[in-house]
Design a protein around this ligand. Structure first.
Ligand code: DGT
Ligand code: CA
Ligand code: CA
Length: 575
């Protein structure tokens, strides 16, 4: 049974949660939490790494002890420590931790005093007015809990694109081995590269006598089969992700792919356009009366409606149909267009590979350049660099560049934007750099007016080149800070700065709608990995997906430029 990084991360996270509820040593809890994050965000399969005999203690914060646990989980899907912890406290109790306002101490108290073990029991206890009786909980807390649980129970869980990709890719590989299978494609929001997906929609074409359906419902990662038919089945994987599979006829493949790729809004717009031409479009084809006139390929379906083929990332009914009709669809940026990466960390701050290793990995991807942008001193937790250490790194980079062939390291910094909009390093320290990436890492709670003014002021700095992860959101855990993105995009246009589209699976920040706004204002976007290890460059594909959803072409993306062109752009006039 294949164990994915996300599975290992989930187990480590649960261990951390349970240790925390039990009031274990904070260092131990933090070690598991950190490990869960590192594993979850790691770009390559740890299982494969272990099979190759590679040393896990090279990962940041992973000692012998944790490496042993990870090996155990990767080999068996289980962890003896977690099983012991699960015997000590009830199963659903970790769900309680995810209710805003409930920390481990409170969860422990709720369990001990009120025997609350599940969200449902928590809800009931709050409704019955029992929670206000506990020490440290008032009526207001009780009401907040009630609201939070209501919101939580009513919301359905979506998977981050990169997490869904891990599950989708091994399932696709499994299906490709079925007898008589010709094509396997994941459609739906996954194909449109939405930042999160609700479920997977897989299409298969197969010859007579294929065992694709049996192979699907017999997949060993399945927790439960919801429905099973000869052309259509639905299952839930152990990780909670639902997968719908449809076997479709070869000559209707294009029509089915259009239909199940969606979005629903796009389908509806496409259908009404077809109706106006006296045609009917559905998942089986395009019909003129009873006669099918198209359907084998997506191109044929769009052509029948008088349209150019529309890339899946654009299919959201945001003007793509009109553009396809007018022949003005953008030529979307592709992964192969990137010639470098402008945001990466090494061991000097919180990355875990050396400059030399990062350079080699960037070169192996065919990059011409890689900017090293460590954190600045304010971010002490991440070993941020002060002026002295930054100068030292500049020396190292210059020495390395003199020696390296086919790749250039750029001297950069991910400098903290302080609360008043000043930068965390003196001008004299920034002078020597090839580029300055600025980022907000603190005071996410400022008012909209203050947060906006802070960032606008930072962008006024003559050395400011790129605004990193502009909205600060983290997909599962942090809302974007309250900021006027219109004003920031206009400021970028005025100042000639770029905005980053951070490709980290947890960030995917710039959002697609802002990418489009940036493009319209003539602001360039830098699609960066924010790599903390050599494996993280693999995440760039998700950044590309998001950029495509934002209608970006190669020309709109800063790091599609050659090194010479990039240098010219970074040395823009007005400095
Ligand atoms: P998700 O799963 O919530 O991330 O989003 P999707 O877009 O994958 O939606 P899903 O899985 O419900 O359905 C897959 C595709 O099937 C959807 O993108 C378009 C198509 N579809 C589903 N329901 C309808 C419908 O009622 N009308 C039309 N025209 N298309 C539909
Ligand atoms: Ca779906
Ligand atoms: Ca679906």
């Amino acid at each position: 049974m294949p164990i994915h990084n996300a599975d290992i991360a989930a187990i480590l996270e649960e261990i951390a949660d349970r240790l925390e509820i039990q009031g274990a040593n904070p260092f131990r809890i933090r070690a598991y939490r950190n490990a869960a994050r590192v594993v979850g965000e790691y770009g390559r399969s740890l299982r494969a790494l272990i099979e190759r005999g590679e040393d896990l203690t090279r990962l940041p914060g992973i000692g012998e002890d944790l490496a042993g646990r990870i090996r155990e989980i990767a080999a068996s899907g289980r962890c003896a420590l977690l099983e012991r912890l699960r015997r000590e406290l009830p199963a659903g109790i970790t769900d309680l931790l995810h209710v805003p306002g409930l920390g481990p101490k409170r969860v422990r108290l709720l369990y001990h005093d009120l025997d609350v073990q599940t969200l449902e029991q928590l809800y009931k206890a709050a409704r019955d007015g029992r929670i206000r009786t506990l020490p440290g909980f008032g009526e207001k807390t009780e009401l907040n809990i009630l609201r939070a649980v209501e919101a939580h129970l009513g919301s359905t869980h979506r998977f981050k694109l990169a997490t869904a990709a891990q599950y989708a890719e091994s399932l696709v590989e499994h299906l490709e081995h079925a007898r008589g299978v010709k094509r396997v494609e994941v459609a739906g929001s996954f194909r449109r590269m939405r930042e999160t997906v609700g479920d997977l929609d897989i299409l298969v074409t197969a010859g007579a006598g294929s065992d694709a359906m049996e192979r699907f419902t017999g997949y060993d990662e399945i927790e439960r089969v919801i429905s099973a038919g000869s052309t259509r089945s639905s299952v839930v994987l152990r990780c909670g992700l639902q997968v719908d599979l449809r076997v479709v006829a070869e000559d209707a493949y294009g029509a089915a792919l259009v239909y199940f790729t969606g979005s629903k809004a796009h389908n509806i717009a496409l259908r009404s356009l077809a109706v106006a031409k006296g045609l009917k479009v559905n998942e089986y084809g395009v019909f003129e009366g009873a006669r099918r006139i198209a359907g084998a390929t997506e191109e044929s379906v769009y052509a029948a409606a008088g349209l150019a083929w529309i890339p899946p990332e654009l299919r959201e009914d945001r003007g793509e149909i009109e553009a396809a009709r007018a022949g003005t669809l953008p030529h979307l940026v592709e992964l192969a267009d990137l010639r470098g990466d402008l945001h990466a960390h090494s061991r000097a701050s919180d990355g875990h590979d050396s400059l030399r290793e990062m350079a080699a990995a960037a070169k192996a991807r065919g990059f011409e350049y890689l900017a090293i942008t460590e954190h600045s001193r304010r971010l002490a937790m991440a070993h941020g660099l002060d002026a002295r250490r930054l100068a030292q790194q500049c020396e190292e980079i210059e020495a390395l560049n003199a020696e390296l062939q086919g790749i250039t390291l750029l001297k950069g910094i991910e400098v903290d934007i302080l609360e008043d909009g000043s930068l965390d390093l003196p001008d004299s320290a920034l002078e020597r750099l090839d580029l300055v990436v600025g980022a907000v890492h603190s005071r996410f709670d400022l008012t909209r007016a203050k947060q906006t003014a802070r960032i606008l002021r930072a962008m006024e700095h003559p050395r400011f080149d790129i605004l990193a992860h502009p909205t600060g959101r983290l997909l599962d855990t942090r809302e974007p800070y309250d900021v006027d993105m219109n004003a920031i995009i206009r400021q970028a246009a005025r100042r000639g700065c770029a905005l980053e589209l951070n490709a980290h699976p947890e960030r995917l920040d710039l959002l697609d709608s802002y990418c489009r706004m940036a493009k319209d204002e003539g602001v360039m976007v830098a699609i960066d990995s924010d790599a903390h290890s050599v494996a993280d460059f693999d995440n760039l594909r998700f950044g590309i997906g998001q950029a495509r959803r934002g209608w970006l072409s190669g020309a709109d993306v800063l790091n599609t430029r050659s090194l010479a062109q990039l240098r010219k752009l970074l040395g823009r006039s007005g400095r």
